[in-house]
Design a protein around this ligand. Structure first.
Ligand code: SF4
Length: 459
C-alpha cells in the first residue's frame, strides 16, 4: 500500500517534533527513535513504507489514515515495552504478538532454518524483547475458513432468490477489500464474504476471549501482529475493529516481517544465541507446533471450501484437487463435475492484473464462478510487500522461491481437525449461528458511496 499523503518530509517533521523523553534504562532502539536520530534503521523503515506498492493508486489512503499507518511502527512497539519497565504499574500492558504463518518462511529462509524451527526462534526473540505471549494464528485462520465455508453453503442454497449470491469472493486480503470498497463499490461488495480475516479474528480472540480469561480489560493488552504486508496495518484501522468503550483496537500495531528483521539487525540478533520457544495458542498455557493449511500462497480457502461444498452439496469426496491454469499461473480454475455437468466452478485470482480482468468480466455478465479466492499480491501472501523485497520494491525472487519450498514442508492441518474450534463455538461464541459469532467473526463491508468518497480521489 502506498501512502503518498504522508510524505517523507511530513514524517521527518513529526520526528523532529518528538520529545526525547527516553531514560537511560530505556531500550536503545526507542532512544534512537526518540532522539530523532537519522540512522540506517530509519531510512530502511521509511523506504519500506513508501516504496511498497498498492492495488490501485496512491490516493486510496486519506492523510489521517496515512498518519495512523505510519504510527504503527517499531517505535510504538518499544514505547509499550519501555513503559512496562517503569515503576508506574498503571501504565503497564500485557504485550502479546500474533504471528502470520506467511511471515515465518521469510525468517526460515533468512536464517537457514526449517519453518517450524524459525517459528520457535522468532517466538524466543520476541520474548527476549519483553513480549509476554506469542500466539500461533492457526485457530483464527480455521475460524475464517469455516465461516467462509458456511457463507458459501448458505449462498448456494439461496442462489435463486439472491442475485448477489455468486460469484462469492473471499475476504481474507485487505488489499482486495480496500479496492472493492473504495473503487468498485456496491456492484461488487455484496459478493464478498463477510468473514473476518485471520488477523482480525485473532484480534477478537485476543481482546475478547483471552482478555476475559486473564481478567483484563482489552485496553490493558497491547496486541502486535506480524504480517507479510503493509495492507494489514490499514486493515487494523477499520472502524469495525475499534471499541469505543475501551478506546482501543483489536490489533494495536502491525509490523511487517521486514520491520521485525530490521529490529533483529539493529540488535545484532544471533540466531544461535536466542532461546527457541514454541508458539502458544490462545488458550494460555498450552504450546503448539507450527502447522499450515492447504495452499502455499494463501490460507487455503479455495481448497477447503471446494472439498466441503462437494461433500455437503453433492455427496462427493474430493481427494486430489486439480488446478487448471488459465491466462497465467495466478489465475487458476477448479471444477467439480457430476453426471457430465459442471456443478462447482472455483477460481484463484491473484494480483491486480487478474483482479481487473475478473471485474471487467463480472461487469459484462461473463464471469461464471461460484467462488473466487482473491489475493492482491501475485503468487499470494508469501509475496507480500512487507518481506522479501528489494529496496526499490521488487520481489526478491530467489528468496520467494525458497520460502515457497520451505512452506511446502510444513505439516497441513484441516480446520475441522482443530480440537478447540467446536469448544470455542460452544463456550465462547454461544453457538455457530449466534449474534456473538457474527460480531466476533464477521465484519461489514462499506462501499465507497456509504463510506463517503473523497472528492479528489482519482480511480
Ligand atoms: S495477498 Fe498481499 S496484500 Fe493481500 S493479505 Fe496477502 S500479502 Fe497482504
Amino acid at each position: 500500500m502506498k501512502c503518498e499523503n504522508c510524505t517523507k518530509s511530513e514524517c521527518s517533521k513529526k520526528k523532529k517534533k518528538n520529545e526525547s523523553g527516553a531514560s537511560e534504562d530505556a531500550d536503545p532502539l526507542a532512544v534512537a527513535f526518540a532522539d530523532g536520530e537519522e540512522n540506517e534503521f530509519h531510512r530502511l523503515t521509511e523506504a519500506r513504507i513508501f516504496l511498497s506498492d498498492c492495488m490501485a493508486c496512491g490516493n486510496c489512503v486519506t492523510s489521517e489514515e496515512g498518519a495512523q499507518i505510519f504510527a504503527q511502527n517499531q517505535k510504538a512497539f518499544f514505547k509499550v515495552l519501555n513503559l512496562n519497565k517503569k515503576c508506574d504499574t498503571s501504565l503497564h500492558r500485557l504485550v502479546v504478538a500474533s504471528v502470520s504463518p506467511q511471515s515465518v518462511p521469510y525468517f526460515a529462509v533468512k536464517f537457514r532454518l526449517s519453518v517450524c524451527e524459525a517459528a520457535r526462534k522468532l517466538c524466543g526473540f520476541l520474548k527476549s524483547l519483553g513480549v509476554q505471549h506469542v500466539f500461533d494464528t492457526t485457530i483464527a485462520a480455521d475460524f475464517s475458513i469455516l465461516e467462509t465455508q458456511r457463507d458459501f453453503i448458505q449462498r448456494f442454497r439461496r442462489q435463486t432468490q439472491d442475485e448477489h449470491a455468486f460469484p462469492m469472493f473471499a475476504s481474507a486480503c485487505p488489499g482486495w477489500m480496500q479496492y472493492a470498497e473504495r473503487v468498485l463499490g456496491d456492484s461488487v461488495t455484496p459478493h464478498i464474504c463477510t468473514a473476518k480475516s485471520t488477523q482480525q479474528i485473532m484480534g477478537s480472540l485476543v481482546k475478547g476471549y483471552f482478555a476475559s480469561h486473564k481478567n483484563l480489560s482489552p485496553d490493558k493488552i497491547f496486541h502486535l501482529t506480524i504480517a507479510p504486508c503493509y495492507d494489514r496495518k490499514m486493515e487494523a484501522l477499520r472502524e469495525d475493529y475499534y471499541t469505543a468503550l475501551y478506546k482501543c483496537r483489536d490489533v494495536d500495531c502491525v509490523l511487517t516481517s521486514g520491520e521485525i528483521m530490521q529490529i533483529m539487525e539493529q540488535r545484532n540478533f544471533s540466531i544461535k544465541e536466542v532461546e527457541a520457544s514454541p508458539l502458544e495458542n490462545v488458550f494460555a498455557g498450552n504450546t503448539c507446533e507450527f502447522v499450515r493449511h492447504e495452499g502455499i500462497g494463501s490460507d487455503g480457502y479455495l481448497a477447503h471450501i471446494f472439498r466441503h461444498a462437494a461433500k455437503e452439496l453433492f455427496d462427493m469426496d474430493v481427494k486430489e484437487i486439480t488446478y487448471k491454469t488459465l491466462k497465467n499461473k495466478d489465475f487458476q480454475e477448479v471444477c467439480l463435475e457430476k453426471d457430465g455437468e459442471t456443478v462447482l466452478r472455483f477460481a484463484a485470482a491473484y494480483g491486480f492484473r487478474n483482479i481487473q480482468n475478473m471485474v471487467l468480466k463480472l461487469r459484462k455478465g461473463k464471469f461464471h464462478y461460484h467462488f473466487v479466492e482473491v489475493l492482491a499480491c501475485p503468487g499470494g501472501c508469501l509475496n507480500g510487500k512487507g518481506q522479501a523485497q528489494t529496496l526499490d520494491g521488487k520481489p526478491e525472487r530467489a528468496t520467494l522461491h525458497e520460502m515457497e519450498e520451505a512452506y511446502t514442508l510444513v505439516p497441513v492441518q484441516s480446520p475441522e481437525n482443530n480440537p478447540h474450534i467446536q469448544e470455542l463455538y460452544l463456550n465462547w461464541l454461544e453457538g455457530a449461528e449466534s449474534q456473538k459469532t457474527r460480531e466476533m467473526l464477521h465484519t461489514k463491508l462499506v462501499p465507497v458511496s456509504q463510506a463517503g468518497a473523497r472528492p479528489d480521489m482519482k480511480w
